[in-house]
Design a protein around this ligand. Sequence first.
Ligand code: F6P
Length: 342
Amino acid sequence: MKIGVLTGGGDCPGLNAVIRAVVRKAHKSGSQVVGVRNGWQGLLDNSYIELDSKTASGILHLGGTIIGTSRCNPFKNPGGAETVIKNFRLMGLEGLVVIGGEGTMGCTARFAEMGLPVVGVPKTIDNDLFGTDFTFGFDTAVSIATEAIDRIHTTAEAHNRVMLVEVMGRHVGWIAIFAGLAGGADLTLIPERPVDIEVVCDVIRRRHARGKSFSVVVVAEGIEFTEGSGLEASKKDLDEFGHIRLGGVSQILAREIENRTKFETRCVVLGHTQRGGTPTAHDRVLATRYGVFAAEMVMRGEFGKMAALRGNEIVAIPLSEVAGKLKTVDPEIYALASTFFG
Ligand code: F6P
């Protein structure tokens, strides 16, 4: 059997671990694997590389993706979907493992409806993909953000400052809540809960009135301010999936907090450091489990589905159940985190 593997959307620690697992499992069963270059773009351009035991070796611990990725959406190009199907056949593929987040899974579901033999693997540091308990890459991002919060703590305390740590999380605050819990944040702001700037300032004022001289606030990049506050998170260009390019809302917040409370305030945007570099052991294992399971799905012809983590089990769920939905922060986890606010 000839299997294709493709990585789409933003990169994520653990992508290479999935690729390696697909290749190893497929080779053990006598199948051949090719890596489609740069996400869906490779199927538009007929661009791919052979993934043999040499190319897919020594990559388990590496960040990024050896086959490249992009935010290309073939349904945005006239005739794009038809070109993808034509090139899939030209490459001689009999199955395709698509590793991606919500945008990529949306495309994968549409190709499944069009009859393409596809299987999904859930990837994103944001952990916002519906249908799976956890995506790989999330644990690594949380670890990086937690280390940053630990470092910010000591400098915040030394200077008696309010320090804002902005983490990724376009639509949801999973990274913010987990890193905030692990790093002992004094307040965590997430996209699921519109931010009232006066409430934020009050939490900080009360904390300082209790004798604390510093505060560490974790901010998810995708937060929105409550209506009528006169504040707006900066909205930059859109990508091919219509996603806003975020980053920098903590600068607006820092200015407001300093003006209103008179406490000296600084912010740091962690940005793509959360996506780069080596995956944690947890993510390497999860990515490997997803990869082996996805290869097995292809080989037994279980198409139109995504590998998902449910409890401690990997299961296959229909792509149609995943597409167009988001997994937001569990209110119970938010309540737990808020026990430590202030
Ligand atoms: O979707 C994952 C993510 O890391 C978001 O948290 C972030 O907003 C976005 O990707 C950044 O994308 P890009 O690399 O295209 O700037």
